[in-house]
Design a protein around this ligand. Structure first.
Ligand code: NA7
Length: 537
């Protein structure tokens, strides 16, 4: 049934990050013909593209790996929070252990797909002009595969090097002795700034919103640490599936507002000392729901940070007296010396709220106050069209003739975050309104990934040719997500969590705000009811 140019598969997976690798390995074990098409030249997904100076995981390394098949027993990270290069080494380890590369086509960008209703197959197009037929198409694009570059007048005229952090040259860019602009203060901006402050002649950070960053407490792992990690990892992996965000810690089941000032502050201090995301995701349970509780957390954070910044005017910019938005409803980053580097006379800050960028010129950036800032390198740490953007940029056409981006023009709707009506046999991992950007990647790749594997296995084994969510189920899921996010403080910030970072993008929660355990429960209920909300034929 195939001609010489058309490969035919049971399952085509897009993307060779954690999610895609899990699909490939599990489905191959179950006996299906499956391949990954990957736009990059090697494994890693986000860790292939994001090789900018300082790119680093904000999850503790031991739980930033697969739990299955005991792959962890032959792997250790050298630092508590590994950098991009070491995460790439981990992916090489996966390749050696699971023999992945033989079923991955690298440098192969999927551009679009049409559904052949006669044969119930997707016909998938790639940028190299080839087509592939598959029964099931499984995009594993991560939540940050479509970089966002704002419309900065004159950017093309810049004579130096200008790169988005997620399109960083693979050969690197030497910042030593250079004058560096960093636009954006999300995780990427914070990480580049720390690195550039060490090597560059001058660093100027262009800030629109301060990052309410938390202490990473980075350290090199000793042999004794590694022994302890090995002993504890089975329990830590088990815990990942029981927590809100797929980490091995969770919110304190107690309200900050029910405590005395002393008790509350002592609790904050403990979380602060242990570092990482604990001050965010292991904090009192009312923090992300009740403004007054949130204000307590903000003030604790603010006072800690301000104590590290010498110049009071700069302290007010980086850690304002009044919160720029509730704490934790925009993603805090982990930092090592981010606030300290602003005490160097080589590091400065431009507040874009009072002094926006007028234009990029051949030699630098001009701000509204008339200043010409000269630069050799401009780092565009400006984020992503997150969660849905990787999918909507593909020309995937549904059975009603509309493209996916047309169907979702007024907002995403995807039953259980894994399928959407009129797009049969298309199942997402890390999809819109699934845990996605609210979940530790490897946890989600395994837990949500297994849901997709179970679904596919059920279909392939039963001889079904087609699965499709119903429009009602899509709508109900979107309403369920809206109902979960409404009582939280998340809608109060302009964040990528809500789609608010992209001009014109509909505002809605792009991730599942009910936590991983509830998400799993909802999937199990649907499955036990014979895949409720799906039409299978
Ligand atoms: P983020 O977190 O989306 O950060 C992007 C930053 O870029 C953020 O500070 C934005 O300011 C800023 N930005 C965006 N557009 C502009 C314009 N037009 N002018 C100035 N500044 C702008 O992306 P990251 O890459 O740092 O991190 C993404 C995720 O990857 C992260 O959350 C981790 O999960 C890993 P804003 O805050 O919107 O005012």
């Amino acid at each position: 049934m195939t001609d010489t140019t058309t490969e035919e598969l049971d399952v085509l997976v897009i993307g060779a990050g954690f999610a895609g690798i899990y699909q490939l390995d599990r489905l191959r074990d179950l006996g299906y013909s499956v391949k990954i098409y990957e736009a990059g030249s090697r494994l890693g997904g986000i860790w292939y593209w994001n090789c900018y100076p300082g790119a680093r995981v904000d999850t503790e390394g031991p739980i930033y790996q697969f739990a299955y098949k005991d792959i962890w027993k032959s792997w250790e990270y050298s630092e508590l929070y590994p950098g991009w290069s070491e995460v790439r080494d981990y992916f090489d380890h996966l390749d050696r252990t699971l023999d992945l590369a033989r079923d991955i086509r690298f440098d192969t960008r999927v551009t679009g797909a049409d559904f052949d209703t006669d044969r119930d197959q997707w016909v998938v197009r790639t940028a190299d002009g080839r087509t592939t037929r598959c029964r099931y198409l499984v995009p594993c694009l991560g939540f940050a595969s479509r970089p966002y570059v704002p419309d900065l007048p004159g950017l093309d005229s810049f004579g130096g090097a200008a790169h988005h952090t997620a399109l960083w040259p693979q050969e690197g860019v030497d910042l030593t002795g250079k004058r560096v602009a960093v636009i954006g203060t999300g995780a990427s901006g914070v990480q580049v700034t720390q690195e550039a402050a060490r090597d560059a002649a001058a660093v100027t950070v262009f800030q629109r919103t301060p990052n309410l960053a938390l202490p990473m407490r980075q350290r090199t792992l000793t042999p004794a640490d590694q022994d302890e990690i090995r002993r504890e990892l089975p329990n830590r992996f088990a815990a990942r599936g029981e927590t809100f965000a797929g980490f091995d810690y969770d919110f304190i089941p107690q309200n900050a507002l029910d405590l005395t000032d002393e008790e509350r502050t002592a609790g904050y201090q403990q979380l602060w000392d242990r570092g990482g995301f604990r001050f965010w995701l292991a904090i009192y349970q009312d923090t992300l729901f009740v403004q007054e509780s949130n204000d307590h957390a903000y003030r604790f954070w603010r006072d800690k940070v301000r104590a590290r910044i010498d110049d009071p005017a700069l302290a007010e910019k980086l850690a304002p007296t009044e919160p720029p938005h509730p704490f934790g409803v925009k993603r805090p980053s982990l930092e090592q010396n981010y606030y300290d580097v602003f005490n160097q006379d080589t590091v400065s800050l431009v507040d874009l709220v009072e002094n926006p960028i007028e234009a990029v010129t051949p030699t630098g950036i001009t701000t509204r106050d008339g200043t010409d800032h000269p630069f050799d390198v401009i780092v565009l740490a400006t984020g992503f069209d997150s969660v849905s953007g990787g999918l909507t940029r593909l020309d995937i056409r549904g059975t009603d003739g509309r493209l996916l981006r047309e169907q979702w023009a007024d907002g995403v709707a995807a039953h259980l975050g894994i399928a959407t009506a009129h797009f049969p046999n298309l199942l997402f991992v890390y999809g819109p309104q699934s845990p996605s950007g609210f979940c530790n990647g490897p946890t989600c790749a395994e837990i949500q990934g297994e849901m997709v594997v179970e679904t596919l296995d059920h279909l392939l084994r039963s001889g079904a040719r087609r699965i499709e969510s119903t429009p009602e189920a899509d709508r109900e899921w979107a309403e369920h997500v809206a109902g979960l996010v409404a009582p939280t403080l998340f809608p109060k910030a302009r964040s990528w969590y809500m789609g608010a970072n992209i001009p014109g993008k509909p505002i809605q929660s792009l991730n599942y705000p009910g936590g991983l355990p509830l998400y799993r429960q909802r999937f199990d209920e649907a499955k036990q009811a014979g895949f409720a909300g799906f039409a299978i034929s």
